[in-house]
Design a binder for this molecule. Structure first.
Ligand code: GLU
Length: 478
């Protein structure tokens, strides 16, 4: 199987695009075939290098490595449409010579006017084929005069049947398909021409893409036939909708893969979640690792019903993956988030070691990796007491707790979790205070917040010296 993902680099990688890429990748890996990345950048006004880079980066982050592509090489280089113009022009010439295409001299203004009139009169706004009947002489005369023209496909009579692996057979009446443009008057190819030429040249065997392209498929089938090429198999993936049933868009929240990467979703969780947008392994399994996805994925189990985006499910899945991470793995995963906030240096071995020891304290408390930042910041910088926690450092009782704790901690022989806990519990009892009442001022003094990882473990991680300094400082300030 030869499959491809063919993004137009006009913006970030959309989660819908990522799902398309994933399904193609899964089928390629499962079958031992090839996964091709092709950049469809013929729309020069909207394509950017930054978008290409962002798409490549996010695909890599998801672990969807390609076998052939702009930076990977392959027998069908280049993998960017702007570098393949000669192929499109050659195909256009063959179509023209074979009588499958004709020159259209209608200007954009004329076309617009006719389209508006058709709409007003309740007719379908299709091209009226005016230029199809131009005499050859006239065509030559206009071309010689330098009148710009587009090249249109001459849609034959009859019906075109799309056999879709997910939706079954869909019949289109050719009379409802307009003579679509192949080459614009500036010589640039349209999507339909370029995509077919490339899929033929790259020997793509299966086209798996979003169902927003379903209406293009009969046009493309007609082009394959006119070019004398065998058409690939098609599968159109169900639309992704928000909870309100409307197509997923920014109104529903973030739709860029980059956002989820930056928030601290794990690529494994994201891949698992995307796989379930329209497909299921069976009727119950939710947590599915990559290997199982590769082995178990099938187009037969992709539904044609819209797939509903569920952010809560994504958070839940992510927390499941975080909980399955070992200490070292979790430390490695959260380190870049702390580095991004300037709390640790990129490759600070000591910090990483501390994070590894802190991993058990946060594993069940975070849903995304960035949640670790506020929880662990106290380990790496001096604390700034949060406004709503300041009262806990004031009042005679709280201050007495801090003084007493400072004194006793200084004398503690072994500064480990167990010893700290016994010491502070004993202290609370002797002072006649409920443990929670006694521990909160200490927590605030050490972490700056009423919410922190478990106190005694945190104290061990912080070390005696820092604990004593912070308690003293809190007393000074309070
Ligand atoms: N460049 C097209 C898109 O981004 C690709 C469609 C296709 O897969 O044929 O929608």
């Amino acid at each position: 199987m030869r499959l491809r993902f063919a993004p137009s680099p006009t913006g970030y990688l959309h989660v819908g695009g990522a799902r398309t890429a994933l399904y193609n990748w899964l089928l390629a890996r499962q079958s031992g075939g090839s996964f091709i990345l092709r950049i469809e950048d013929t729309d020069l006004s909207r394509s950017t290098e930054e978008a290409i880079e962002a798409i490549l980066r996010d695909l890599r982050w998801l672990g969807l490595e390609w076998d052939e592509g702009p930076d990977a090489g392959g027998d069908h280089w280049p993998y960017r449409q702007t570098g393949r113009m000669a192929l499109y022009h050659d195909a256009a010439r063959r179509l023209l010579e074979g009588g499958h295409a004709y020159r259209c001299f209608c200007s954009p203004e004329e076309l617009k006017e006719r389209r508006e009139r058709a709409l007003q009169e309740g007719r379908a706004p299709m091209y009226d084929r005016r230029c199809l009947s131009l005499a050859e002489e006239e065509v030559r005369r206009l071309a010689k005069k330098g009148r710009p023209y587009a090249l249109r496909f001459k849609v034959p009579e009859g019906e075109t049947v799309v056999r879709d692996a997910i939706r079954g057979e869909i019949t289109f009446h050719n009379r409802e398909i307009e003579d679509f443009v192949l080459l614009r008057s500036d010589g640039t190819p349209t999507y339909n021409l370029a995509v077919v030429v490339d899929d033929v040249e790259m020997r793509v065997s299966h086209v798996v893409r979003g169902d927003d392209h379903l209406s293009n498929t009969p046009k493309q089938l007609l082009l394959y036939r006119a070019l004398g090429a065998e058409a690939p198999a098609f599968a159109h993936l169900p639309m992704i909708v928000g909870q309100d049933g409307k197509p997923l868009s920014k109104r529903h929240g973030d739709v860029s893969v980059g956002h989820y990467r930056e928030t601290g979703f794990l690529p494994e969780a994201m891949v698992n979640f995307l796989a379930l947008l329209g497909w299921s392994l069976d009727d119950s399994t939710t947590i599915i690792d990559r290997e199982t996805l590769v082995a178990g994925f099938s187009l037969e189990r992709v539904t044609s019903k819209p797939a509903v985006w569920d952010t809560d499910k994504l958070y839940w899945l992510n927390s499941q993956y975080i909980m399955a991470h070992g200490d070292g793995e979790l430390a490695e995963a959260v380190a870049p988030f702390l580095a991004r906030e300037g709390l640790i240096a990129e490759d600070d071995g000591e910090a990483l070691d501390k994070l590894r020891r802190a991993a058990p304290l946060i594993r069940e408390r975070i849903k995304v990796l960035s949640d670790a930042v506020p929880l662990l910041a106290f380990l790496f910088r001096e604390v700034e007491t949060e406004a709503e926690a300041r009262e806990l450092l004031r009042g005679e009782e709280n201050r007495e707790v801090l003084r007493e704790a400072g004194k006793r901690l200084l004398e503690l022989e072994l500064f480990d979790t167990g010893s700290i806990e016994s010491l502070l519990r004993a202290m609370a009892e002797e002072m006649g205070l409920k443990p929670r009442k006694a521990f909160q001022p200490i927590r605030v003094a050490l972490t700056g917040s009423k919410i922190s990882p478990p106190l005694f473990e945190s104290m061990e991680l912080l070390g005696r010296e820092k604990c004593l300094q912070r308690i003293a400082r809190a007393l000074d300030q309070g």
